[in-house]
Design a protein around this ligand. Structure first.
Ligand code: FAD
Ligand code: FES
Length: 271
């Protein structure tokens, strides 16, 4: 049996849309032969023809259709700024889809998805995939950003049945972070039970699991840590987890990106 081809692909940017002061939607033509992907899978892009930045940059797949591949890109440094400045017609050397275990489909009728910042991307892909598969699942998104003008409201409204926003500056929605909002909803009996899905900074995911994890039947999280090779070779992205009663180190890029939050040895990982 032949292995699934992961590229490199010559990906053509079809259009780019500024969504907020720091984030853009980048829609590429799906390269011919690009395999199917699941929520939690990602691509790795060479953002420059020069040696700086040298390493490819990883981005979660936000959507994949028969003809397009969409990414959400936040400018945080040189690589992401170069990507965000790209124009329609530009070509990028891309590999993917990368990643091992994706988000599983919900076991029951309720799914709560909690996103911090660009952690929204794989959760949008999840909600869209379940809808296309006609799964009978109600999705509630809880999504936070630093400020009101960084909230990607239009993307959210098109993809989720129910959504709640949180902002650190109180510019829109709940005044505080998504963890505080979740804690508040659970304490007031306003949080649906079911399966919890999350993606965001490491501290957010850990605090979320501690604050609200026990309310849900399961908590799956996609980890987006700094990566080098992206394919399981360098061991630069490992996370300690409990597996079969033992402590093992898993590579986020090739064993994940999705893990059961309750299996992550958070204290050890923080050291
Ligand atoms: C699996 C995966 C999926 C991702 N999906 C998305 C996505 O959908 N949208 C998006 O905008 N970003 C995503 N990221 C993060 C994105 O890869 C980084 O923002 C990007 O590589 C930064 O490159 P840069 O050259 O602009 O920044 P750099 O100049 O390399 O770094 C700028 C700053 O960002 C920090 N940084 C860089 N990478 C990360 C990271 N992974 N986590 C936390 N801090 C980081 C650096 O420490 C530094 O402080 C994802 C990362 C991973 C591993
Ligand atoms: S980035 Fe090299 S093993 Fe994950």
């Amino acid at each position: 049996m032949s292995a699934v081809r992961k590229g490199p692909w010559n990906a053509v940017l079809r259009r780019t849309t500024r969504l907020s002061p720091s984030c853009s939607l980048l829609v590429f033509e799906r390269p011919e032969g690009f395999p199917g992907a699941a929520p939690g899978h990602f691509v790795s892009i060479r953002v420059s023809d020069s040696t700086t930045p040298l390493l490819r940059r990883p981005y979660s797949i936000m959507d994949l259709t028969g003809s397009s591949l969409s990414l959400l890109v936040k400018a945080v440094g040189r690589g992401s700024a170069a990507l965000r400045a790209a124009r329609a017609g530009d070509r990028f050397d891309m590999i993917g889809p990368l990643g091992g275990v994706p988000f599983p489909a919900p076991a029951g009728p309720e799914a709560v998805l909690v996103a911090g910042g660009t952690g929204l991307a794989p959760l949008l892909f999840a909600a869209r995939s379940w809808r296309r598969a006609r799964l009978a699942v109600r999705t509630t998104l809880i999504y936070g950003a630093a400020t009101g003008n960084e909230l990607l409201r239009d993307l959210v409204k098109a993809a989720f049945g129910t959504y709640r926003f949180a902002t650190i500056d109180g510019g829109a929605g709940f005044h505080g972070d998504v963890v505080a909002l979740c804690r508040d909803l659970v304490s007031r009996g306003r949080m649906p039970a079911g399966t919890l899905y999350s993606c965001g900074p490491r501290g957010m995911v850990r605090a979320l699991d501690e604050a609200a994890g026990s309310h849900f039947s399961a908590h799956y999280t996609s980890l987006e840590e700094i990566m080098a090779c992206g394919v399981g070779a360098c061991r630069g992205c490992t996370v300690p987890v409990r597996s079969g009663g033992e402590r093992v180190l898993k590579a986020i890029c090739s064993d994940g990106t999705v893990f059961s939050a309750g299996d992550i040895l958070w204290e050890e990982w923080e050291e």
